[in-house]
Design a binder for this molecule. Structure first.
Ligand SMILES: Cc1cc2nc3c(=O)[nH]c(=O)nc-3n(C[C@H](O)[C@H](O)[C@H](O)COP(=O)(O)OP(=O)(O)OC[C@H]3O[C@@H](n4cnc5c(N)ncnc54)[C@H](O)[C@@H]3O)c2cc1C
Length: 587
């Protein structure tokens, strides 16, 4: 998404929530959703992990959203003022049709509306949000949060037509003819099928179908003993939802959720059993370790290294899952090649099996002769930068173009498609945002953003609600309080500020190789190394090496340098002026 996470984390630490919100929301109309469920690729690469643990960027984002964002109850006008005002209507440019009201489709609609375009979004489902609404369970993403973000997009003038399935109610060809551009963002809503005997039995459900039903309130019968097959996050969403859902007889829709809550309590009292069966060992499972741990705490059993062999039946209904031991999962070249142990059959008695082994795109809605190139994985082939398909005027993005991914990537695709569509319809192209630099004076240098001994501040914990309060709807994670959010933000190492070593003269640097910088470095990330001369004089040269991965940007090397060869420099994007304003106020 190219959002400087460190920048809004730093602004939060300084209590500058509105500026932090402007930054984090600038390119992400689903900032509040991401504050709850983002897979947080930024935390995976956060350099603070080198010191102790990554910054809890998602939790900080959630805190800021609640303080000043869409969840804070501020009016949409005010949010619009903080984030971005729509441009005047683009006249005669032609309107845009978007197929799919998931994060990719809605983010595209949001950005196009800001650019002044007329946009209509079509979605087959009775609710907007795509997998944010149909897939992600309510115990991780409260529906009010999602709904508020969707309403903001409507406030910008986007029309969302629900229950409008392209290929059934409206033909794709019709859209392509009637609109100036079409963005296809239908996701991957088909479950991959488990090709083992018994997969067609009564009592076998598929994950996306199961969750979509539960999430829109259509009752499903789930037995007392449930086996979920799969090892990823979806398998956990299914398992944790199945446990909350319990066994209920079909009910009228409006009483459904209330009935689920009652059924959950009954299930706990009666000791409902949910088991996840995976090919992988626990360490090999792709699901988030936190999901696995929370699942175990909630009583979900885990059977690792078991391969499904057959689903067993009793008069046409599921009675168990037969499995074999997996001796090893990958071959010597690390390719996925499970090796099973013959004769190691083990049965898991159950009355419901839910398969969660992957999702694929369903392109049947396009009809014949659609003119779009399709990949061998059945996704729509696109140019990875512009998201243009092989048909002029048609763009595609999100899961239907790249296979199952995560919300933030779908949002980024929506933005990319909006920029391409705007260019197609108006001929204009926004200048890419330039990187700016700000060099701080060396003598007397003080870190412009750091607060106290930031490298010593311990990580804060995100609070979780007690197990006994975990019902179908109750959100498991709760908020950081203000003190913890600011303390967590203050742990940031400010990667956008870095020491720069000036070579300066053509003959070399003014560095006198005194070694003072290496002496004062608290991280031992600077070292002086001699190397053979390059000018043929025979005098060995000395070079200063910086291990950037462990540098904590304290600036002590710059302060210590007697010849001002080392300076500290901040890099930021044009739109991140708040960051620099903050530095200016500190100086
Ligand atoms: C159970 C589950 C849990 C997940 N958890 C997380 C998580 O915690 N964090 C995270 O970042 N990501 C998560 N993801 C992934 C994330 O939800 C998806 O990557 C993302 O929603 C994809 O966005 P999209 O817009 O491409 O498609 P989708 O969100 O799938 O939206 C596609 C929309 O198109 C509509 N549609 C389909 N066909 C048609 C048609 N013919 N006509 C009209 N409309 C149509 C569908 O109804 C749907 O609303 C999860 C996914 C699942 C399934």
């Amino acid at each position: 998404m190219d959002t400087n996470a460190g920048a809004y984390v730093g602004l939060t630490a300084h209590g500058r929530y509105e500026e932090a919100y402007a930054l984090l929301r600038r390119r992400n109309p689903f900032a509040s959703v991401c504050g709850r469920v983002c897979a947080a690729p930024c935390e995976t690469v956060c350099r603070r992990a080198v010191v102790d643990a990554p910054i809890k960027i998602r939790a900080i984002k959630r805190f800021v959203n609640q303080r000043v964002g869409i969840e804070s109850g501020r009016s949409f006008e005010r949010i619009s003022e903080i984030v971005e005002r729509p441009r005047p209507r683009a006249t005669d440019a032609g309107s845009v049709a978007i197929v799919g009201a998931g994060p990719a489709g809605l983010a595209c609609a949001h950005d196009l509306a800001l650019m002044g375009h007329e946009v209509t979004v079509f979605d087959a489902a009775p609710v907007a949000g795509g997998m944010m609404r149909l897939g992600i369970p309510e115990h991780r993403l409260p529906r009010a949060v999602l709904q508020a973000e969707i309403e903001f997009i409507e406030f910008l003038g986007v029309e969302i037509r629900l229950g409008a399935e392209i290929g059934r109610n409206v033909l794709f060809e019709q859209l392509a003819q009637d609109y100036g551009a079409v963005f296809v963002a239908v996701g991957c809503r088909k479950d991959a099928q488990l090709g083992i005997p018994g997969a067609e039995l009564d009592g076998v459900l598929t994950a996306v179908n199961f969750l979509a039903h539960i999430n829109i309130g259509i009752p499903m019968e789930v037995g007392e003993r449930v086996v979920v097959i799969g090892a990823g996050n979806v398998a956990y969403d299914v398992a944790r939802t199945a446990q909350r859902f319990g066994a209920v007889a079909p009910l009228e829709r409006e009483r459904h959720l209330l009935a689920l809550e009652a059924a959950f309590v009954a299930a706990r009292v009666l000791g409902r059993k949910v088991t996840i069966v995976t090919l992988e060992s626990r360490a090999e499972m792709p699901a988030d370790p936190s999901q696995i741990e929370e699942g175990i705490r909630e009583g979900i059993l885990l059977a690792n290294r078991r391969a499904p062999k057959a689903i067993l039946s009793d008069r046409g209904h599921v009675r168990g899952l037969q499995t074999l031991t997996v001796r090893r999962l990958f071959d010597a070249q690390h390719r996925f090649a499970p090796e099973l142990v013959e004769g190691s059959e083990e049965e898991f008695p159950c009355d419901t099996v839910i398969t969660a082994i992957g999702q694929i795109a369903d392109l049947s809605f396009l009809g014949p002769d659609h003119g779009l190139a399709v990949t061998p994985e059945s996704t729509i082939r696109v140019d990875s930068q512009t998201l243009a398909t092989s048909r002029t005027g048609v763009f595609a993005g999100g899961d239907v173009a790249f296979g199952p991914r995560i919300v933030i990537e779908a949002v980024a695709d929506g933005r990319r498609a909006a920029l391409s569509i705007d260019t197609l319809l108006t001929g204009r192209a926004d200048e890419p945002s330039a990187t700016c630099y700000r060099t701080f004076s060396t003598f007397g240098y003080e870190h412009p953003f750091a607060l106290g001994d930031y490298e010593k501040v311990p990580p804060r914990r995100v609070p979780l609600i007690p197990i006994e309060n975990r019902t179908l709807r109750a959100e498991v994670e709760s908020d950081l309080d203000e003190a913890d959010a600011r303390a967590e933000g203050s742990r940031c190492l400010h990667c956008w500020v870095e020491p720069v070593f000036h070579v300066g003269q053509p003959s070399g640097s003014e560095c006198i190789t005194c070694g003072g910088c290496a002496d004062v470095c608290p991280q031992d990330c600077l070292s002086l190394v001699s190397r053979p001369s390059s000018d043929g004089s025979g005098t060995p040269a000395v070079v200063v090496l910086l291990d950037d991965s462990t540098c904590i940007r304290c600036g002590l090397c710059a302060r210590r340098c007697p010849t001002a060869v080392i300076t500290m420099r901040a890099s930021y994007e044009q739109g991140e002026v708040d960051l620099v304003r903050m530095a200016d106020q500190v100086f």
